[in-house]
Write a protein that binds this ligand. Structure first.
Ligand SMILES: Cc1cc2nc3c(=O)[nH]c(=O)nc-3n(C[C@H](O)[C@H](O)[C@H](O)COP(=O)(O)OP(=O)(O)OC[C@H]3O[C@@H](n4cnc5c(N)ncnc54)[C@H](O)[C@@H]3O)c2cc1C
Length: 334
């Protein structure tokens, strides 16, 4: 996809909206939420090239993807969040899981794995977090030991565990952070590799349509060619580079989910009659419960847009174009 290709971007967003309208009803979401179940058939359909091929967005064009730029990723994540945050997380996990390859893979690794993900519609997961290594990834305990043959490192044996991994129980391909002799490193592990098991899906409070599971590794053998970048000790640098994208995606989730929630509240406010008229016509209701959220969304969008400027100013711009934004700033809503 060419940079700033507005037509393609809008086409993609429209297809996503149309698909959600036809296939993902509120009842479907509610049923899966009650059962704490990922709608795997929906996710697979969304990956289908003839339907949406949503996973192609992050894959470079030379490997069969769409090569979406950050703006496309942000807008698609926003739209996904409007559908359902759990479904959005299921798609996001594939973006996230592919990212270590994006930022650190060799051209041969990218060709091999991206083509597999693109053409075979593979679900991917990103395995960094452990029981004692959340924000503090330095406390990582999962180890990758050398397997040596004829004096040469031919592979690694991974032992340890991960927790709270999105798509953890359903992915086909996993990128896994482990401590190799040369330092933290990312490895690619395929589902079904002997010694690799997935725990039961967590019973979460929210985003219940997203599968979240622990992973266990008992001397799981991966060939040396599955070490991302073919150099040990690059794991934290690569994870940091990945976070550059994921922070944007998570911000887009907050924006999309928030906008959808307030629009739902607004529709209700137009229908709900109290004291002789709809709630939407009552200043006390609108100015307290609806407008401040819209102001914050505009501020969030301006801030997200600002983070993507290539030569951005040192401070985010002040919103001056809309009178209500000035009013909100004066009233300390922002
Ligand atoms: C639904 C869900 C899906 C997830 N999916 C994935 C996934 O796909 N892959 C993956 O690898 N991980 C995943 N995670 C894990 C997620 O990345 C971690 O939860 C996150 O890194 C935070 O780690 P933690 O939960 O251990 O919190 P902690 O590290 O215990 O932090 C708790 C709080 O303390 C604050 N804090 C921590 N350290 C400091 C400090 N030094 N100074 C000040 N404040 C601090 C944190 O900001 C946070 O608010 C998922 C988690 C959830 C809930």
């Amino acid at each position: 996809m060419a940079k700033n290709d507005l037509t393609t971007r809008n086409l993609m967003l429209d297809s996503l909206k149309q698909y959600a309208k036809n296939r993902i009803s509120f009842n479907l979401i509610r049923e899966h939420d009650a059962k704490n179940e990922i709608p795997l058939d929906i996710l697979k359909e969304m990956y289908d090239h003839d339907i949406l091929g949503v996973h192609l967005l992050l894959i470079p064009e030379e490997y069969g993807g769409l090569g979406g730029q950050t703006t496309e990723i942000y807008r698609v994540c926003e739209q996904l969040a409007r559908i359902d945050l759990g479904i959005a997380t299921g798609v996001f996990a594939t973006f996230l899981g592919s990212d270590p390859l994006n930022v650190g893979g060799t051209p041969e690794q990218k060709a091999k794995w991206f083509k597999k993900i693109a053409h075979e519609n593979k679900l991917v997961a990103y395995g960094a977090t452990e029981a004692d290594a959340g924000s503090d990834l330095v406390s990582l305990r999962t180890r990758a030991e050398h397997v040596i043959k004829d004096g040469k490192v031919v592979g690694y044996k991974i032992t340890g565990s991960k927790m709270w991994i999105s798509n953890g129980g359903v992915a086909d391909i996993y990128t896994v952070l482990a401590l190799a002799p040369g330092g933290p490193s990312w490895f690619i592990v395929e589902k079904g590799t002997p010694g690799f098991t997935q725990d039961a899906h967590e019973d979460k409070h929210g985003i219940r349509l997203s599968n979240t599971a622990g992973l266990a590794f008992d001397e799981v053998y991966v060939p040396a060619e599955n070490l991302i970048g073919l150099k040990e000790g690059q794991g934290f640098l690569q994870a940091q580079a990945v976070f550059g994208y994921t922070r944007l995606m998570v911000a887009a989730f907050g924006l999309g989910g928030g906008e959808e929630a307030v629009e739902t509240a607004l529709t209700y406010a137009q229908q709900r009659i109290q004291a002789g008229g709809p709630l939407a016509e009552k200043q006390g209701f609108m100015l307290k419960l609806i407008t401040p959220h819209y102001v914050r969304f505009e501020a969030a969008r301006a801030y997200i847009d600002w983070t993507m400027l290539p030569n951005r100013a040192t401070k985010p711009p002040k919103m001056q174009s809309k009178p209500w934004a000035d009013l909100a700033i004066r009233k300390n809503f922002l």
